[in-house]
Design a protein around this ligand. Sequence first.
Ligand code: ZN
Ligand code: FE
Length: 255
Amino acid sequence: MLSVHQLAAFNDNYIHILLDEAAQEGVVIDPGDAEPVLQAVAQHGWHLTEIWATHHHADHVGGAPKLQQKLGLTFSAAGSDARRLAGIDRALQDGDRLRLGRYEAQVLAVPGHTSGHLAYWFEDERRLFCGDTLFALGCGRLFEGSADEMWHSLSRFKNLPGETLVYCAHEYTLANARFALSVDPGNPALLKRIEEARALRDKGLPTVPFRLDLELETNPFLRADRGEMAKALGLDQAPAEKVFAALRKLKDDFK
Ligand code: ZN
Ligand code: FE
């Protein structure tokens, strides 16, 4: 089994450590802070070899230099970010394949939140590491991309198998739930999902990872191509990109 360990960082970030236990090899995804990673490594005796970054924001790569220096990790990130992200050892692009022991991940370019945003897709293991592109019941803000680009990026995820486990980089679920309810109040799957998320958070447990098929039924941003979502926004017959753009704008202004 590919094992995944989740570390909490800052207010609501998740750092994920992936291990091939048999091969004694590990990768860390989005180490915004080096400390929790160094602590976990010291505690468990893991042998990490690489850092994979989803995008250039400090809460995802801030710990990379220290981990490169202290643990000798190789730093892989989007080649298109090489000018603004120091210390990249391996420049990645869409379609690249990365190995972790016996496992293989495919690099997906998913611009929108940032122009160089990447996701890591383990097809055989049905696991997706998507950074700040897709969140439970939400999606990333459009800092460097257009709504069309983000919709296209999310559409790549929509086509993955329903049983895929999605590991996003923030615990935003309950905050996103408030907005989702405001635009999709009559969705019974959404109501049930929010109850489950509340129960987890009440116990101090993460809502990440989550299943993609559940997301397709409850995340308003992934449902921008559904007639009922267009209708709810008064955009009947509008293309999905338009509905998505309207949803993203509403969420940006949502209090
Ligand atoms: Zn970000
Ligand atoms: Fe972030």
